[in-house]
Design a protein around this ligand. Structure first.
Ligand code: NAP
Length: 248
């Protein structure tokens, strides 16, 4: 029977696949049948063990995203890819009036400049092989909202939403689906402090229509959808996976 959600025969590269949302995306894609290249600056042993434990195929690629040009050159040498997931991201907090250039540059390099140049390397390879593919960028609720004390993060994630649409406009007719996922509050290491703060945690949960935090697997399974044939007519979309947060 036809399975429009299968990723069998596909090769996916997921950045930041050692932990959190990236790890879950790698696992979900492997479960859907993809061979997954788990990319990041830290080893991905735990992710690879889960993939092989479930009978899937995975491998590690060392990728440091604070140098976007070098990262794009590395991606260009890693063999043909069908799916690119730009997941890795960092956040730096500080009042706008005191925000440092280092905290601006680091976040913009990892969260935005790398997303663009990895996507460019992916598209150049796809065009050279005359194949299509799928790019999924991990955006944020701060692709739509302002946030507070996270100037470079908000700028980077707003930029991710913008270039997702720009790249979709340029590449849709050439067979590359470019889309993004905007996660809501997802329980990862990144949000451990918020989860542990009883006042903030309660305020967050009261505002989420679903009434609870999301899990990394919620994002992983949504990424499988956007990478699959089921999403072949979806271009430039930003899929909110937020328990309804932005609907409030
Ligand atoms: P996380 O647990 O902190 O993971 C971040 C990932 O990015 C890690 O794999 C990290 O590697 C990698 N990374 C950071 N800097 C890097 C660099 N210079 N080079 C290579 N890799 C680098 O965060 P998460 O919650 O899973 O977040 C994943 C994505 O979802 C991010 O883009 C984040 O902005 C977005 N997001 C998360 C939430 C949420 O509620 N959790 C909400 C909205 C959006 P190391 O482990 O080696 O540092």
């Amino acid at each position: 029977m036809r399975n429009p959600f299968s990723l069998a025969t596909k090769t996916a590269l997921v950045t930041g696949a050692n932990t959190g949302i990236g790890q879950a995306i790698a696992l979900s894609m492997a479960q859907a049948g993809a061979r997954v290249i788990c990319a990041g600056r830290s080893d991905c042993d735990e992710t690879l063990a889960s993939i092989s434990g479930g009978g899937g195929q995975g491998e590690y690629l060392r990728l440091e995203l604070s140098d976007p040009t070098a990262a794009a050159a590395t991606l260009a040498t890693c063999g043909p890819l069908d799916i690119l997931v730009n997941n890795a991201g960092v956040i730096r907090r500080g009042d706008a009036v005191e925000f440092s250039e280092a905290d601006w540059d680091e976040v913009m390099d990892v969260n935005l400049k790398s997303v663009f140049f990895l996507s460019q390397a992916f598209a150049r390879s796809a065009f050279a092989r005359d194949t299509g593919g799928a790019i999924i960028n991990i955006a944020s609720m701060l692709s739509f909202q302002g946030g507070i004390r996270v100037a470079s993060y908000t700028a980077s994630k707003s930029g991710v939403a913008g270039i997702t649409k720009l790249l979709a406009n340029e590449w849709a007719a050439r067979g590359i689906n470019v889309n993004a996922i905007a996660p809501g509050y997802i329980a990862t290491n990144n949000t451990a402090t918020l989860q542990a703060d009883p006042v903030r945690n309660r305020a967050i949960m009261e505002r989420i229509p679903a009434g609870h935090w999301g899990t990394p697997a919620d994002i992983g399974d949504s990424a499988v959808f956007l990478a699959s044939g089921a999403a072949k007519y979806i271009h430039g979309a930003i899929l909110n996976v937020d328990g309804g947060w932005l609907a409030r």
